[in-house]
Design a protein around this ligand. Sequence first.
Ligand SMILES: [Zn+2]
Ligand SMILES: [Zn+2]
Length: 318
Amino acid sequence: MLYSLLSYSLWPFFLVTGLIGSDIAFQSEAPLFWFNVVYLTIVALIALAERLMPYDRDWLAPDGETINNLAHTLLSKGAVQLCAAIGASLPMGIATLVQPLTHPQFDLWPHALPLALQVVLGLIIAELGLYAAHRFAHESLFFWRFHALHHSVTRLWVVNTGRFHFIDSGFKIALSQIPLYLLGAPLPVFLWIGAVTAFIGILTHCNIDVRTGPLDLVFSTPRLHRWHHSRVIAEGNTNYGENLILWDQVFGTYFNPPREPSRDIGITGRVAPDFLGQLVQPFSRKGARQILGKAPKAVAPQTAISEPVPADEARPSA
Ligand SMILES: [Zn+2]
Ligand SMILES: [Zn+2]
């Protein structure tokens, strides 16, 4: 009974607590600092909840990727905050730096709307860019070689949320943020989108046995994202939304059948074992072929070093 109650309440609890904490942080003297205190506190609470009520007990076992996950998170999401030695989500950092320099020629933004509605509008617009970038990353072989790093993990937990190749992150940030700059969205909208993305993001990967019911129709929940990480292409090339699942529903990529999401997650190809190797691998022909699960071109199949995977089994299917 208590377990069931917790299952249903933990996802909204972490999101709402994170957003209330963000509100307090944004009104403080040091908003970025306090936002990060809130963020890291929620991360720690999610990590604790993963131990107490895991979705998959096997996913608690170390996979040797923790350092790589943290390094990619810092590089791809924290370039700006590393410079500032504070830490904030990249969208927030960019908004802080770039917004005052930006003077949109055509200010189409509805500044008169209440801030909450402006944030919802901003999320819907940003989400279209996130959706497009993410779908492209799955359906184009060129971009999949960068995005495969995110999918190469064999377990989901809060710490591998930010495991993105920096090219992959940059592409997503560009497509989601530039339209908002051009439309003249004000700084608070960027800050709040950054906060919502931060908390929904860490929740999508959490290994907590949460139940989200009707929330699966609106938000990118852990359940929907577990489908997205499935090794089966027909299940994995779905649910591209990062915060909202709206554009998946509009464009027909929403996937949530009435059974447990696959726990067999990962990719058919191989990524390098170390951080620097993972960074450079997509840039070489040989590295890209390893990621795509193709045998090296110059080597006959029977003498290939790693078990070659037929190209047609490699993701993406296109
Ligand atoms: Zn993906
Ligand atoms: Zn993911």
